[in-house]
Write a protein that binds this ligand. Sequence first.
Ligand code: ZN
Length: 132
Amino acid sequence: MTGSFTVSTSSRCQLIDITSDIQDAIGESKVKDGIVVAFIAHTTAGITINENADPDVKHDMLMHLEKLVPQSREFHHAEGNSDSHIKASMMGSSVTIILSDGRMNLGTWQGIYFCEFDGPRTRKVWIKIIEG
Ligand code: ZN
């Protein structure tokens, strides 16, 4: 099963928990055991798995990414969003998670985050669910 859903972001850099959106797609697919792949077809947004318990983790990740790769006039890319491209590559463009009994085998404190680095925009997340 292949599907997609949209994410509307509200600021330039933002982490949005999309775990329940992906779990909903798994539920609709009726697949119990296999893998799910979530893929981001954008060059200034990414996806990552990290803690979803303490919201300070999201804040600290964004703050430190901004310190590591600030917006800079030194970049050559004419769009002025080279920092967004670099941050997107640092996070990656896909995650793969094992499914058991219709649920993702995420750790207790793990959530799946859509990572916006050049918002606000409407973005698309692709989902592939493979039984096996
Ligand atoms: Zn660009």
